[in-house]
Write a protein that binds this ligand. Sequence first.
Ligand SMILES: [Zn+2]
Length: 316
Amino acid sequence: MSTGTQTDDSCINDLLDHSFVSSIENDNNDESEESDLDWIPESDNEEQNDIHHDINPAKERKFIVFESCLDNLFTSCCSCGFPCSMSKTVLGSYINIKSSCENCNTQRKWESQPTSNSMPLGNLIIAGAILFSGGSAHKFLTLCMHASVQMFSIGTHMKIQSLYLVPTIENVWQREQLHLFTTARESGETLRLGGDGRCCSTGHTAKYLSYTLMDLKTNKILDTQLVQKNEVRNSYAMELEGLQRGLAKIAEEELQVSHLVTDRHSQIKKYMREVHPEVVHWFDCWHIAKEARAANALENRHRPVPVAQMEQRARK
Ligand SMILES: [Zn+2]
């Protein structure tokens, strides 16, 4: 189960909402050709906003341009054709070129990306795209390094992620969740939920578990809860804790659950039987089939295999 499809589009639109993009700025105003300057957040009072609102920067096409091709545009003056002096400032994937004619003194300034409060939007969009697509920032940045594509550093990516991306996801999710709860409440019907936990690693070594409750009528995620191992007795107890928190959230929203489908987790079986006898507790047949398959495989492990079957396996 994933919340991705419910929120991805809203996230990227919210991310580019200029009220949300406050700022990240280079504190060094000197012109520089360093690949990634150190960025710090600037104050929220800055009024400047360079987004062209008629074009959605996230949807607009972007191109990779070779530096030699870019230089061709600025080496000679557009007024008199005389050679120009050039200076470049690079901020991650953004470049700003200033050229000055040595003959007629014509000045030109060109930016490769729109900006918002001095934050290049390309950097924000790329960092968002890495996170929202579930990709690895390290792999993407290594790829850029091998292809000599100018990109921000991992430190800048983490900064953008914590300052803008994660708050945007939280904002969009809370709004979406509020809408789902309101719709469910207005329908006046009781909920049929499916719940399952997902650990950060298999076995008994997991440190985190996210527990998800899905409305089986709309196939939409109603709630997710993150549980850390040290909040409960052991990693096995995380699943029940996640379910309890999820059901508490549903109850807090004055919604009633009539049916719950889960796997055959023994603590959950006991909890539902003793604490929520009013809820019909079902077992998910996918989990039962999976467990039956595993048990069957274990049982057949030491059984002699007929020669014909062995030959068939060898051919595969
Ligand atoms: Zn000139």
